[in-house]
Design a binder for this molecule. Structure first.
Ligand code: GAL
Length: 420
């Protein structure tokens, strides 16, 4: 099972044999632990170590997806007490804005590398605050994607659903054919006892919310022109509850695991997951187009619900020279064209060499250029961590108790208090 990597730094001496200088280290945090994420991270690190073979890299690996335990280790035991790492995985947008007090502006790196000309403005606007840049984006992920096994859909002679009504029709047809419908890992995120249920619940909910509200309605939730206890949010909660009823039963484990879809033992036909799933399905031996297909999450075909992983430069980074080197690698064409094909994401840079990318990535690059871009809540772009974490907890409680009206009212109260 993925994500059960020990909560311990992995130390890799980049240059075997040589005894690196004590201070010639790079220490960074990230939460990439699934097969595709690790494959991508290794490619990113390989670009860095090829350039700086004498630097010892310490990668603090945490379990699961965007579990709040990363925040405990990184903030309570690090940034908040003046012991920052050299860098850490950070979402652009509201999540970066919330961390500005811990970060150094890096306009000099943007200037020296010409990044203002290679990242799209929609990304740049979420890395720049009060006139300065504070983080370097490595990718763009799409949150609202439905993944499906080609053989399962062929068995019932259906195309992927474009609406939730079609989804539930297909689900019932699969059940009637003795098939498993849907991957969902309800397990408590064992790495974070405060996280009532796995983050995948909150991740899926944002696509259902978008399908009910549409782009304007979604944006209205955060500019406060729409309330969270509106009929559309209630309808989305009801769909989430119904959806979870179709999940393939899986043993308790980490919050995210696609082997229930790639297994030969009654595989699940579909998953509602961000396009890191493309990297994971590929790392698990599935082939894009022949084994698995993809479609926008039902009801969200007009939208690209986006997020981006990035790396900042903390104040007081213990190895600042190597931290700056790391950021230059993260922003480089070479690293982005090595990392993203394995990650399932598309490069943040606009000058990618498309020969590195498969059919999914090329479709995502086209959609990123043509669909309406909507900021992801579950992955740190649309609203501050305070609200995002309350969203996680409230949707988690709803997963357990099914109390739709209480959940909608709690979301509205939470957003009123902490969405700004
Ligand atoms: C997101 C992150 C992705 C991937 C995903 C699942 O928040 O941006 O890179 O890690 O979680 O773990």
């Amino acid at each position: 099972m993925w994500g059960w990597l020990a909560l311990a730094p992995m130390v890799a001496t980049a240059c075997q044999g040589a005894s690196p200088e004590q201070d010639d280290k790079l220490v960074f945090f990230n939460w990439w632990t699934s097969p595709g994420e690790l494959a991508a991270l290794n490619k990113l690190v390989a670009v860095f170590t090829a350039r700086y073979p004498d630097v010892t890299i310490e990668n603090a690996v945490v379990t699961g997806g965007p579990a709040t335990d990363l925040r405990v280790r990184l903030y309570d035991q690090g940034l908040k007490i003046g012991h920052p790492p050299d860098s850490y995985q950070l979402h652009i947008g509201a999540e970066t804005h919330a961390d500005l007090g811990y970060l150094q502006p890096i306009d000099d790196l943007y200037q020296a590398n010409g990044w203002g000309d290679v990242f799209p403005s929609v990304v740049l606007q979420h890395t720049k605050f009060a006139g300065s840049y504070y983080t370097v984006p490595i990718n763009v992920h799409r949150s609202n994607v439905l993944w499906y096994r080609k053989d399962s859909m062929a068995m019932i002679n259906r195309q992927p659903p474009t609406t939730w009504d079609q989804f539930f029709e297909i689900a019932d047809q699969l059940k009637a054919a003795g098939q498993e419908v849907f991957v969902y890992n309800p397990a408590l995120d064992a790495s974070d006892p405060n996280n009532r249920v796995s983050w995948t619940t909150h991740h899926m909910f944002e696509s259902i919310l978008l399908s009910e509200l549409g782009g304007d309605g979604w944006m209205g939730l955060f500019d406060r022109s729409r309330s969270w206890d509106s009929p559309e949010v209630v309808a989305a909660l009801e769909k989430l509850h119904r959806l979870i009823g179709y999940a393939k039963p899986v043993p308790d484990g980490p919050g995210y695991d696609l082997t229930a879809m790639t297994t030969s033992d009654r595989p699940a036909a579909m998953a509602l997951m961000g396009d890191w799933a493309e990297g994971d399905l590929t790392a698990l031996g599935f082939k894009a187009e022949s084994d698995f297909g993809w479609a926008p999450a039902p009801g969200t075909g007009d939208y690209f619900l986006f997020l981006s992983d990035s790396f900042p430069l903390p104040k007081g980074a213990p190895h600042e020279r190597n931290a700056r080197r790391w950021l230059e690698v993260v922003g480089s064409k070479e690293a982005q064209d090595a990392f993203n094909p394995a990650k399932g994401s598309i490069p943040a840079r606009l000058d990618a060499d498309l020969t590195n990318y498969d059919a999914y990535h090329r479709s995502a690059i086209n959609d990123f250029a043509s669909k309406r871009l909507i900021p992801s809540l579950a992955h740190g772009l649309a609203a501050a961590p305070d609200f995002k974490n309350q969203y996680y907890q409230i949707v988690g409680k709803f997963r357990d108790d099914g109390d739709t009206l209480a959940a909608a009212a709690a979301l509205e109260a939470a957003c009123q208090a902490s969405c700004d």
